[in-house]
Design a protein around this ligand. Structure first.
Ligand code: NAD
Ligand code: WQD
Length: 345
């Protein structure tokens, strides 16, 4: 069974690798393009160990129009694209804005430019809950106001959404689905693939698992004086495999002409807000491992609370994120242990 070939940009990255697995499991052929700026080739072996299939891989940069064009010439049957390739560190984007605008926007524009030429029918784009900033009301729906971006990274997501909208409205011969992820966490239950943070992790879960295994002395909880029940920030932590599955549904929707509009937007979250302290507790309950932590001051730029109303995705896509948080935390822990076994951390 081959339902067609999907190009996964950034496919050796965290979410891209999990999505490649789900695409292969659903019967799609997968071609990955990645410049390995934030991932490595071993991820391909992990995908093969899970699925039995080694995806085709092109090591190239999506900002390189000539390389992308060659890829489409080599694989003339590409039906859809899932565009994960982007730089994603919020703090780094403030230091290196041009890198972020160039990488994230040129990648997108190159793909949009080539899609009609090579008859590609659909584009899934990785957007983010960061577009909502600090919401006035939770949970946020797809029509909640877009707030001014607080980082160049966040701005690339807002501008990307606008670029795709303009291109679709110009009468482009393809469809697009924008997926706004909340906080993706966890790893594949096989522990063959997961998140590979570079250097000292900035995000909560990799910092937490590295603390639990003893690489870091203690986890700093950034603030307990927020206007939330326990004073720590609230997020919508979504299991990465649940998230990956939504991409398969989105691709299928466009390729089978089920889209209700040429461009559609969906929030991908669980609908449950969990505080940082509740998450630490869930990790400890799930794994039996204590996480040394201390409360420190707030981190500049943090949102107090944000969680999704995922009902539009639930009802229209027939998709739901339903992995219990304890299971997700266990998967993150098993992945951390696997990295240690392999001598990678
Ligand atoms: P990741 O860094 O693990 O994966 C991105 C991959 O893209 C990496 O393998 C990197 O090497 C590759 N890449 C970057 N620029 C490239 C280029 N120009 N050409 C080819 N490859 C390139 O990140 P992720 O967490 O898997 O995120 C995937 C997407 O989802 C990104 O667009 C990110 O902005 C978005 N997103 C992530 C989160 C999150 O918390 N992880 C939340 C919301 C949105
Ligand atoms: C989560 C919570 C921290 C680390 C980021 C991007 C966002 C999106 C998802 C891409 C916050 C707290 C963290 C630590 C802590 N990415 N924390 N100690 O900031 O919600 O979102 O990733 O689009 O755009 O901004 O995620 O994991 O960094 O933080 O207490 O060592 O954990 O303060 O409340 P965040 P995060």
């Amino acid at each position: 069974m081959n339902k067609g070939t999907i190009l996964v940009t950034g496919g050796t990255g965290y979410i891209g690798s999990h999505t490649s697995v789900e695409l292969i499991n659903a019967g799609y052929g997968v071609v990955i393009i990645d410049n390995l700026s934030n991932s490595n080739r071993d991820v391909l072996d992990g995908i093969k160990r899970i699925t039995g299939v080694m995806p085709d891989f092109v090591e190239a940069d999506c900002t390189d129009m000539a390389a992308l064009t060659r890829l489409f010439e080599t694989y003339p049957g590409i039906k859809g694209i899932i565009n994960f390739a982007a730089s994603k560190a919020v703090g780094e984007s403030i230091q290196k804005p041009i890198l972020y605008y160039r990488n994230n926007l040129n990648t997108l524009m190159n793909l949009l430019d080539l899609m009609p030429r090579f008859g590609v029918k659909g584009l899934v784009f990785s957007s983010s809950c960061t577009v909502y900033g600090e919401p006035d009301l939770n949970p946020v729906t797809e029509s909640s106001p877009i707030k001014k971006a607080t980082s160049p990274y966040g701005n690339t997501k807002q501008i990307s959404e606008e670029i795709i909208t303009d291109v679709i409205n110009s009468g482009a011969p393809f469809k697009s689905i924008l997926l706004r992820y909340f906080n993706p966490v966890g790893a594949h239950p096989s522990a063959e693939i997961g998140e590979l943070p570079n250097g000292v992790p900035q995000n909560l879960i990799p910092y937490l698992t590295q603390t639990a295994i003893g690489i870091r002395k203690e986890l700093s909880v950034f603030g307990d004086d927020y206007n939330t029940p326990d004073g720590s920030c609230i997020r919508d932590f979504i299991n990465v495999v649940d998230l990956a599955k939504a991409h398969v549904v989105a691709i299928e929707r466009m390729l089978t002409d089920k889209s209700e509009a040429p461009i559609e937007i969906f929030n991908l979250g669980t609908g449950n807000g969990l505080s940082v302290l509740q998450l630490i507790d869930a990790f400890e309950r799930a794994t039996g491992v204590k996480v040394p932590h201390k409360i420190v001051g707030r981190r500049a730029g943090d949102i107090e609370k944000v969680w999704a109303d995922p009902s539009y995705a639930n009802n229209v896509l027939g998709w739901k994120a339903d992995t219990p948080i304890e299971e997700t935390m266990l998967s993150a822990w098993n992945w951390q242990k696997k990295l240690r076994e392999r001598g990678l951390m």
